[in-house]
Design a protein around this ligand. Sequence first.
Ligand code: E4P
Length: 219
Amino acid sequence: MKIFLDTARIDEVKQWVDTGLVDGITTNPSHLSTQGDQPTQIIAQLSQLLPNKPISVQVTEHEPEAVYKQAHAIARLGPSIVVKIPCKREYYSIIGRLVEEGVLVNVTLVFTLEQSLFMCKLGAHYISPFIGRWDDLDVDGSQILYRIRAMIDTYHYNTQLLAASLRHMRHLHAAIAARVDIVTLPVTLLEQATGHLLTDAGDKKFTQDWQKLSGAIFP
Ligand code: E4P
C-alpha cells in the first residue's frame, strides 16, 4: 500500500520525505490557497522534493473545455504530475479524452460505488473516495472502500483505489482492512500513526535498565 501526503505545505513534505514513507502527494485548491499567490511554484518545489513520485494537482476551471485545456497545462508541469478532476457528469467525456491522450487522471470528490464504477470504465488512473466528508453527514464513509475494492477486483479494472479525506485512525484502519492501493494522509494523521505511547514507554524502560550496567561495552 502506498502512502501519499495530503498537503501543499513544503515544510510538511520536507519533514516527512526522509522517513521513506512518502510515495506521493495530493494537493487540492484549498491546500494551495493557503500557500500564497504562486501555486505553480509550489508544485515545482513539491516535484523537486519528491522526484518521480506522483503529485496530484486539481483543475480550478469549471467550463468543460476550459477544464480540458487546463488539465493538459497542469500535466505539462512535470512527468509525474497527476491531474485531479472532480467526479461531475459534465466532465465525463473530458476524463475519457484525457485518459486516451495519456494524461494521468485522479478523479476526486468520489462518494458512491456507482461513481467509482463509471470512473473505472473511463480508465481513470486513480479514484479518490472521500471518507471523512461522508462522516461529516453522519454516515460511516469507510464502508464504501470495501465495496469499491470488491468492484475493482471483480471486473479487473486497472484503476487504483486512493482513500482520501481520512481524518483519524479509525479511517486509516478501515482503509488498510479494505485493501486500498493508496491512502492520502494529512500530516497530523501520519504523526499520530507513527507514534505510540507504549513504544515510547518501553523504549524508556529498556534505556533505564541498560544504564544499570554502567560501563559495559557492547557489542
Ligand atoms: C484528497 O485528495 C483531498 O485533498 C483530501 O483528502 C480532502 O480531505 P478533507 O475532506 O479532509 O478536506
